[in-house]
Write a new protein. Structure first.
Length: 87
């Protein structure tokens, strides 16, 4: 445990940020999973509706600095390719 006051504060701040990051990553994973399940079920309409929602979650995570821009771009590209494979 830290002894210096500023170090103790940083520990608290890091815990809050970690919690926020986990929450946002979890939302992204859930959105992506819904799209993947819709594709596996062969439900093109559902997958097409869920894709923009998943992309929005990924973009939010990117804008908050949780995902690197290239990582976010890669995830969006792979999801889009997966949904387009139903056509």
């Amino acid at each position: 445990m830290a002894n210096i006051k500023s170090a103790k504060k940083r520990i608290k701040v890091i815990e809050k940020k970690t919690l926020r990051n986990k929450m946002i990553k979890s939302r992204v994973k859930t959105a992506v999973k819904k799209v993947v399940l819709a594709v596996e079920a062969g439900d093109k309409d559902s997958a097409s509706k869920l894709l923009p929602l998943a992309i929005a979650e990924i973009d939010k995570a990117k804008s908050k600095g949780i995902f690197h821009k290239n990582t976010a771009s890669r995830k969006v590209a792979r999801l889009t390719k997966l949904v387009n494979s139903l056509a």
